[in-house]
Design a protein around this ligand. Structure first.
Ligand code: ATP
Length: 372
């Protein structure tokens, strides 16, 4: 079956764009490999849509270079860039049937009727919309309409597919289904894609790599796993929703990394992407992942020490405990450090209750440069 062709490698170098005095993009550089789905993620106003529109050719007057397969395309008008676009509001043609919507771009590109019909059938199957080709968009559910918009944008085999917040008009339950559908379709076709989203979970679930943006600049480019487990900056850690971020000072102790957190007397074991945080004594942000905190009943301190010999040990009180499927999330009021969130397997914390005084072990924390 002919789904498409592997897109070209997309290279963006030093992209910049201003609106009057507002500098919306500053020196944005990144690659998208053929077949990859890359998400632009960041808070409102960080420049995601501006970047997307600039690549699509809808915002002229920018600095920098955009190339597909090593060839500059930034001088071409939008219709000659071979880019497919999907927006949040579907933008299907209401007076056309699903078949006509999907075939529209093929007709514009003068595909023969026979080739067009074969491609439309293929796209209907890909979007699991067989039998609905003669319906008008209004006769489809929101999720079905968005699947039509997706395959319509892919039908003509674009080098690059751009998705601008494609799920934000759907309600929560449906959004998850369509997200899975879109990801499956992208995986099967290996259509090179950029997705714009402000939703961390959507970016983490859907993309191969994430370009995290902050005020028109790249904050970090990484796989979802890396961004989540090793955020490079305090901004990245906060935006990606890692709990337990403290300020402190980096300590290099022999060949070990540690951090002295404000309020705590003893340094904590730490890991870092040296040399990003600077020399010993530098101010840092420390992220203690909820999974890196262990708890035991007060009288169980010896088992905690035996299980996790390197842990930093302190005491605290359970101020909230909640069951989350496979794990329990506990909020602990930890001596001098304040409130800390901890996530452990349900079986491990069975028997612990709200209000219990506990021993707390901190296994590791991850250091990053502070955001000003
Ligand atoms: P959101 O998630 O809210 O859509 P975004 O990350 O997509 O935000 P952009 O829409 O790209 O952000 O906007 C980046 C900056 O450029 C913002 O400060 C915005 O106010 C500004 N901006 C965008 N479009 C224009 C315009 N046409 N004229 C003036 N300023 C603009």
């Amino acid at each position: 079956m002919l789904y498409g062709r592997l897109g070209q490698k997309v290279q963006v170098r030093h992209l910049s764009k201003s609106f009057g005095k507002v500098s919306a993009l500053q020196d944005l550089s990144f690659d998208v490999e053929p077949g990859e789905l890359v998400a632009f993620l960041g808070p409102s106003g960080c420049g995601k849509t501006t970047a997307l529109k600039t690549i699509a050719g809808l915002l002229p007057g920018h600095g920098g270079e955009i190339s597909f397969g090593g060839e500059r395309i930034d001088h071409l008008p939008p219709n000659r860039r071979n880019i497919g676009l999907v927006f949040q509001n579907y933008s299907l043609f209401p007076h056309m049937t699903v078949n006509e919507n999907i075939g529209y771009g093929l007709r514009m590109r003068r595909w023969s009727a026979e080739r067009r019909m074969a491609r439309v059938r293929e796209m209907l199957a890909l979007a699991r919309l067989e039998g609905l080709g003669e319906r008008k968009p209004e006769q489809l559910s929101g999720g079905q309409q968005q699947r039509v918009a997706l395959v319509r944008a892919m039908a003509f085999m674009p080098d690059l597919l751009l998705l601008d917040e494609p799920l934000s008009n759907l309600d929560a339950g449906l959004r998850e289904d369509v997200r899975t559908d879109m990801r499956n379709i992208q995986r099967r076709t290996r259509q090179t894609t950029i997705l714009v989203t402000h939703d961390q979970e959507e970016a983490l679930v859907m993309s191969d790599r994430i370009v995290l943006m902050n005020q028109g600049r790249v904050e970090q480019i990484d796989s979802p796993e890396q961004l989540y487990s090793m955020p490079a900056t305090e901004f990245a850690a906060r935006f990606i929703g890692r709990g337990n971020i403290f300020h402190g000072a980096y300590l290099r102790d022999g060949d070990k990394d540690a951090v002295r957190i404000e309020g705590l007397d003893t340094p904590l074991p730490a890991s870092t992407r040296a040399p990003a945080v600077g020399p010993s004594g530098s101010p840092v942000a420390a992220c203690i992942q909820p999974e890196q905190i262990v708890v035991r009943a007060r009288n169980d301190i010896e088992t905690l020490k035996a299980h996790w010999p390197g842990a930093f040990i302190t005491t605290g009180k359970i101020v909230d405990i909640a069951f989350h499927g496979g794990s329990s999330v506990l909020h602990l009021d930890v001596e001098r450090a304040g409130l800390i969130k901890c996530r452990r397997p349900v079986a491990e914390v069975q028997g612990l209750c709200f209000g219990d005084r506990v021993v707390v072990g901190i296994l590791d924390c991850h250091l990053m440069p502070r955001s000003e």
